[in-house]
Design a protein around this ligand. Structure first.
Ligand code: GUN
Length: 289
């Protein structure tokens, strides 16, 4: 039997439409346009694509988009000065500093400088702490999107065994907290986990966020399990000189065992920007509610 394909692209389109409707209602009620500021330091090509897409989708949702592009040689002080001005700018409800930052800039110091109420990435320690303690903070976009897809696929997640592969602050750890909040039994696996296949084999829910192309194999998967693939890896294609995108999951073989699986592309990826728009609206509502 073949797994159900979880269509993140279509779910994200629906979510963006719901956000746009709510943005219009919010503007009518308050006279305020929610605004998102995106800061890009340097010329990383992948980051440039992400930032352009974020700007376009922000405008399409009826919100204001402010792009700040800074040279790779920008000093930490200059970046912190920009963040300080965005923190006090009433037209800005969300601030996102695109990662990775150039090596000479202390990422933790930059994230700590963002007003937690405007931290639409949910990376500030205050928001990470609120997530860990069950409070109402801003939640990182990618794990939030994964959770929405899981609840849409499975309904109530309570009591299910979840294995998150990867322990990053951006995906693995917040994903585990969200699943714990939904009463899953949660395991966080990582590069030092012993016998990873047998750990993954007990999972009803697998979230793969390791950045290793097609690492998760079919014989790791419990038949019928739901598999969420956060990986976006560029690998050589069959044609010389061409590349293709693959996830952290060996999609072809896993889809013959799993109950449901997200494709790459078209699975988790589109959910991240949709959740960013949602977080920007949430931040604006919290300020003007
Ligand atoms: N770089 C890769 N993913 C992300 C993300 O979710 N937020 C930010 N700010 N940078 C990223």
């Amino acid at each position: 039997m073949s797994a159900r394909v979880i269509d993140g692209k279509s779910f994200a389109a629906g979510l963006r439409a719901r956000v746009a409707t709510e943005v219009a209602a919010f503007k009518a009620a308050t006279g305020v346009t929610p605004g998102l500021a995106v800061v890009l330091v340097g010329e990383d090509p992948a980051s440039q694509v992400y930032v352009r897409n974020k700007g376009r989708e922000t405008l399409a949702a009826g919100m204001a988009s402010f792009e700040h592009r800074m040279a790779a040689t920008t000093s930490q002080e200059q970046l912190l000065a920009l963040i300080a001005s965005l923190n006090t700018d009433d037209t800005v409800h969300g601030i996102l500093v695109q990662l990775p930052l150039p090596k000479h800039i202390d990422e933790a110091a930059v994230l700590a400088a963002i007003d937690p109420a405007k931290d639409v990435d949910g990376f500030h320690v205050v928001n990470a702490g609120l997530l860990a303690t069950g409070g109402q903070g801003l939640v990182p976009c990618t794990p939030l999107g994964c959770l929405m897809l899981l609840e849409d696929t499975l309904g109530d997640l309570s009591g299910l065994e979840a294995v998150v592969i990867g322990r990053s602050n951006i995906v693995g750890k917040p994903m585990a907290q969200l699943l714990l909040g939904k009463s899953c039994t949660v395991t966080i696996a990582h590069s030092r986990t012993r016998d990873l296949p047998s750990v993954v084999r007990r999972a009803d829910i697998v979230v793969a966020a390791v950045g290793r192309p097609e690492m998760v194999k079919a014989d790791w998967i419990k038949p019928g399990a739901t598999v969420i693939d956060v990986g976006i890896n560029r690998v050589p294609a069959d044609e010389p000189g061409k590349t293709r995108l693959v996830g952290d999951v060996a999609y072809g073989e896993v889809s013959r065992v799993a109950g449901a699986v997200t494709p790459v592309p078209g699975g988790v990826g589109p959910m991240t920007i949709a959740c960013l728009l949602l977080n920007t609206l949430t931040a604006a509502q919290a300020r003007h509610g």
